[in-house]
Design a protein around this ligand. Structure first.
Ligand SMILES: Cc1ncc(COP(=O)(O)O)c(C=O)c1O
Length: 371
């Protein structure tokens, strides 16, 4: 079956014949007198039918053995990072979703895990970083917010030689545009809050594992004992979002491509960061490992921070708000959000390009960039 079909029909369970699955709100499930399971489920914090439906669907779309869902992308990230034992070393790409960076930098060392940030776009720097002992390589591609592209296949090959596991945060790409497990990654992470939910109204996260059943068990254990389970209603909404993800991504990519091209030709703009632009240093990698450029565009203004903030304040359709991947277009000055530790240029605005008519989006950007 093609992914568009899998996204709609997996898993093919029709409880009581319902075409649209019911939401299972029960927190607890009948068991035998000595706690013997009668059904698959015991307690909502352990597992739930809507959660396991979502996990089956996303695992099928990513081509993995199993998915483990969490209450947010960060809960999923924490489950992976906190699995590292004391004495281990994690090597992370230098441009990452900010809270993942913070968790790794501030909390892992307290647990005896050493952390290095390196530029995985640079093969020599990557090889040098992996010449020392490493347990985990964490990359995000395209990265947030600098839209850097990392060659998943080559990093996975280097990591395998070094005996390290590789996780790819593929939130920007979604399973529609990129399948990291097929390129050699061990795990893929998604913030389901973004494109999967697709309507800025649900929070969730998931790890899909290629073939490591021991790690799946450890993720389940972490979720159970820390309480980061995905809520049944949220799982239901995200599964529903997956059914339209393929159609939505086509339009996100079409609109974002036109926005990136328009910005690249604009006199007020210094740089545009979009995977499909030939000017992007990672363009060849993007074309190899992605099916299209995605819906996220970052750009820098010649006038620096002031020009960026002025443009952001003049935008009308693009809402000044954090997050991404919803039907509506958003703009964000990431350096302001990320604070003093940010490595994001002050002149950079990040756009989550939505599904509005492209003429309206271009008109909004044009009026906001006018002197
Ligand atoms: C690339 C990326 N990964 C992970 C996360 C964290 O996801 P959540 O907000 O669902 O915890 C985000 C959130 O913005 C993100 O952009």
């Amino acid at each position: 079956m093609k992914p568009q079909t899998i996204a709609i029909h997996e898993p093919a369970i029709r409880r009581d014949g319902a075409v649209t699955p019911p939401i299972h709100l029960s927190t607890t499930y009948e068991h035998g007198p000595a706690n013997e399971p009668i059904n698959k489920f015991i307690y909502v914090r352990h597992d739930n039918p809507n959660v396991s439906d979502f996990e089956a669907r996303i695992a099928a779309l990513e081509g993995g053995a199993a998915g483990v869902a969490f209450s947010s992308g960060m809960a999923a990230a924490a489950a992976v990072l906190m699995s590292l034992p004391s004495g281990a070393r994690a090597v992370l790409h230098h441009d990452l979703y900010f809270d993942v960076k913070t968790l790794a930098r501030e909390d892992l060392p307290k647990r005896g895990v050493s952390v290095d940030f390196v530029n995985f776009c640079d093969p020599e720097e990557s090889a040098a970083a992996l010449s020392k002992n490493a347990a985990l390589v964490w990359i995000e591609t395209p990265s947030n917010p600098k839209i850097e592209m990392i060659d998943i296949q080559s990093v996975a090959a280097m990591a395998a030689q070094a005996g390290a596991k590789v996780i790819v945060d593929s939130t920007f790409a979604t399973p529609v545009l990129q399948n990291p497990l097929a390129l050699g990654a061990d795990y893929v992470l998604h913030s389901a809050t973004k494109y999967m939910g697709g309507h800025s109204d649900v929070q969730g996260g998931v790890i899909v594992v290629r073939d490591d059943s021991v790690f799946v068990e450890s993720l389940h254990h972490f979720r159970t004992v820390t309480g980061g389970a995905l809520a049944p209603f949220n799982a239901w909404l995200i599964s529903r979002g997956l059914q339209t993800l393929y159609c939505r991504m086509e339009q996100h990519c079409r609109n974002a491509g036109k926005v990136a091209a328009m910005l690249e030709g604009h006199a007020a703009v210094a740089t545009v960061r979009y995977p499909w632009l030939e000017s992007n240093p990672g363009n060849a990698i993007a074309k190899r490992q992605m099916k299209a450029g995605g819906g996220m565009v970052s750009f820098e203004l010649k006038g620096g921070r002031d020009a960026a903030l002025t443009a952001a304040s003049k935008l009308r359709l693009f809402i000044n708000a954090t997050s991404l991947g919803g039907v509506e277009s958003l703009v964000e000055h990431r350096a302001s959000l990320e604070g003093p530790d940010s490595t994001t240029p002050d002149s950079l605005l990040r756009l989550s390009v939505g599904l509005e008519h492209i003429d309206d989006l271009l008109a909004d950007l044009t009026q906001a960039l006018r002197e």
